[in-house]
Write a protein that binds this ligand. Structure first.
Ligand SMILES: C[S@@+](CC[C@H](N)C(=O)[O-])C[C@H]1O[C@@H](n2cnc3c(N)ncnc32)[C@H](O)[C@@H]1O
Length: 212
């Protein structure tokens, strides 16, 4: 396994990192660890989604991990939620949550995903883009999968948002008439109780998919 720490990634490192192996080891202790670290992204992101998407709508949780987003969606009444992730062990944990209609092993960087165009009303992608080397490619696939006027709710760490040029990438989608920015949050605490990570911040993005 690579000696790289997830927290020290650069975009080049992402290509070398064995995400699958890393999450195989992390899966059994993920929920306890992120709870100890004060991770709230799954709650904040689902709160944001709730403003825009009715509970009977179909949602794709991309990079669903152990199912924390699915659990939060279930608690808010969503019952048509699908999950995809690159890690079988994380998906095994997600299965136990009972929040997902279907769970599929899928690498987000390998498109197309096995879903119909316009199949979903929204996609959540929480805590995942920090591990994605080519966000444009993934966002393009998200645009295909979400119906016109549907929503994308995703997070990115503040430093990576800047380092990877997310503002420019998202502006390109807006200029092509594929996405409309609904909100980009101020950077807020990411893992406030994790030693050495207290100053790390995360940004929440809500975009509407436009297909006129
Ligand atoms: C920090 S966890 C976040 C999980 C969940 N969304 C949450 O908020 O708790 C990152 C997840 O992204 C998944 N992931 C990373 N790269 C991926 C890729 N290329 N394709 C699919 N899933 C990926 C990992 O397996 C892991 O489950």
């Amino acid at each position: 396994m690579s000696d790289l720490k997830l927290s020290d990634l650069t975009q080049t490192d992402l290509n070398k990192l064995d995400v699958v192996e890393r999450y195989t080891h992390f899966a059994p202790v993920y929920n306890q660890s992120v709870n100890d670290w004060g991770y709230q992204c799954y709650r904040t992101a689902t709160d944001a989604l709730q403003h825009y998407v009715a509970t009977e709508q179909a949602i794709l949780d991309a990079g669903c991990g152990t199912g924390l987003v699915g659990q939060a969606l279930k608690e808010r009444g969503y019952h048509q939620v699908s999950g995809i992730d690159i890690s079988a062990e994380m998906l095994n944990q997600a299965e136990t949550v009972g929040a997902y209609q279907q769970l599929l092993l899928q690498d987000l960087s390998k498109t197309p995903y096995p879903f119909e165009t316009n199949q979903f009303s929204a996609i959540t992608c929480v805590g995942v883009f920090s591990l994605i080397a080519n966000p444009s490619h993934v966002l393009q696939e998200f645009c295909r999968l979400v119906r016109p006027q549907g929503y994308l709710v995703f997070t990115q760490q503040e430093t990576l948002f800047e380092q990877y040029g997310y503002a420019e990438i998202l502006q390109d989608f807006e200029q092509r008439g594929e996405l409309r920015c609904e909100s980009i949050s101020e950077p807020v605490a990411y893992l406030p109780h994790r030693a050495g990570h207290q100053d790390r911040k995360v940004i929440y993005c809500v975009y509407q998919v436009i297909k006129d």
